[in-house]
Ligand binder design. Structure first.
Ligand SMILES: NC(=O)c1ccc[n+]([C@@H]2O[C@H](COP(=O)([O-])OP(=O)(O)OC[C@H]3O[C@@H](n4cnc5c(N)ncnc54)[C@H](OP(=O)(O)O)[C@@H]3O)[C@@H](O)[C@H]2O)c1
Length: 329
């Protein structure tokens, strides 16, 4: 089995989480890390026993020893970080949202095609075994035809205009940070983009959406009520309601369990699959598999879906009048 050699860009929260996951895998080696500061790169390298620590992202992108780079920087940096890696022939696993908007995503997709390089948004939820079990229940019509979904993702966070969740210069706001999960989950479960969307947001003091609600309507008769917040705990469970029963997925975005009920509320089946490490190992395993098979994208997170979701989020932000400084002409 070919060992896949990984590099990581950024030394923040999610990069540490991902480093734990990838270093646990057989057939993968975390070879390099890059930070904007040599000191932080050294610290991270020491913590995760990584051979090479770079004090700039560009040096890592140029490292000929790497097969793939994980990008764990704020949303606003994804485009330029991914671009640098792709033009240097490195496969890319980029944190969500893959870019700020549809136009940047399109650009990256074209660049990845041109350079024949693998590209995937790190939508890890789709690779969790519990998500796959839930999708299987839906496909097998265990709850009959799905008619309704209720999904939220929100948490309490004290307002801080400098923090990336509230800072417009780092593309803060609920939609791009957490709202992307209920949207992606719904489209994944129904295998279809909505026919109509109605959405509202509350734009806070720093000029980004602190909370939002979104309704998806499908011509086949399905409705989804979705919401997200970076200021309030609006919950983070998913409920999928069908004509004959209901599936409940506690903490759907990092799910380790799911419950299947009949119409009378009787529990028919449950599944519990604890993460092997922290849940991020599954997306890393998918990237390893794809690279070994010479694939340029993942079947489960195809670039067309990533682009379509960016397009929907652009559309909503447009209706809310939410533009980031980087998008102003
Ligand atoms: N999949 C998930 O479950 C999940 C969870 C959390 C976050 N995320 C995503 O991961 C990304 C990073 O989130 P995080 O919570 O890990 O953020 P974070 O803790 O702030 O870390 C971001 C890192 O990016 C680097 N960076 C580059 N340019 C920066 C800038 N202008 N300002 C601040 N940092 C900059 C910094 O590393 P250096 O200083 O070393 O260069 C920093 O440590 C976001 O896009 C977020 O949506 C995903």
């Amino acid at each position: 089995m070919k060992t896949i050699r990984w590099g990581i860009i950024g030394t923040g929260n999610i990069s540490s989480t991902f480093a734990k996951a990838v270093t646990s895998l057989e057939g993968a080696k975390l070879v390099a890390v890059a930070s904007r500061s040599q000191e932080r790169a050294n610290e991270f390298a020491e913590k995760f026993h990584i051979e090479k620590a770079y004090g700039s992202y560009q040096e890592l992108a140029l490292d000929p020893e790497l097969d793939v780079v994980y990008i764990g920087t704020p949303h606003t940096e994804h485009f330029s970080n991914a671009r640098e890696c792709i033009i240097n022939k490195k496969a890319v696993l980029c944190e969500k949202p893959i870019t700020l908007n549809q136009s940047e995503t399109m650009h990256l997709i074209e660049l990845a095609k041109e350079h024949k390089v693998f590209l995937m948004e790190a939508m890890w939820t789709k690779f969790l075994p519990v998500t796959q079990q839930v999708k299987q229940w839906v496909k097998e019509k265990r709850i009959g035809t799905v008619k309704h979904l209720k999904i939220s993702f929100g948490f309490y966070k004290d307002f801080d205009p400098e923090h990336r969740l509230f800072n417009p210069n780092l593309a803060g706001g609920a939609l791009l940070d957490v709202g992307i999960y209920p949207i992606t989950y719904t489209i994944h479960m129904l295998d279809k983009l909505p026919d109509q969307i109605l959405s509202f947001s509350e734009i806070g003091k720093s000029g980004v959406d602190e909370q939002n609600v979104i309704i998806f309507k499908y011509n086949e008769g399905m409705l989804a009520q979705l919401s997200s917040s970076v200021l309030l705990d609006t919950g983070d469970d998913a409920e999928i309601i069908g004509e004959n029963g209901r599936i409940v997925v506690p903490k759907f975005w990092m799910a380790e369990s799911a419950l299947l009920y009949d119409k009378e509320g009787k529990l028919l089946e449950s599944c519990s699959i604890p993460h092997k490490v922290n849940g991020y190992e599954y997306e890393a395993m998918e990237v390893n598999r794809c690279l070994r098979d010479g694939k340029l994208e993942s079947d489960l997170v195809p670039l067309k879906d990533t682009l379509n979701i960016m397009k929907l989020m652009d559309q909503m932000r447009n209706e809310w009048g939410l533009k980031y400084p980087q998008e102003e002409e």
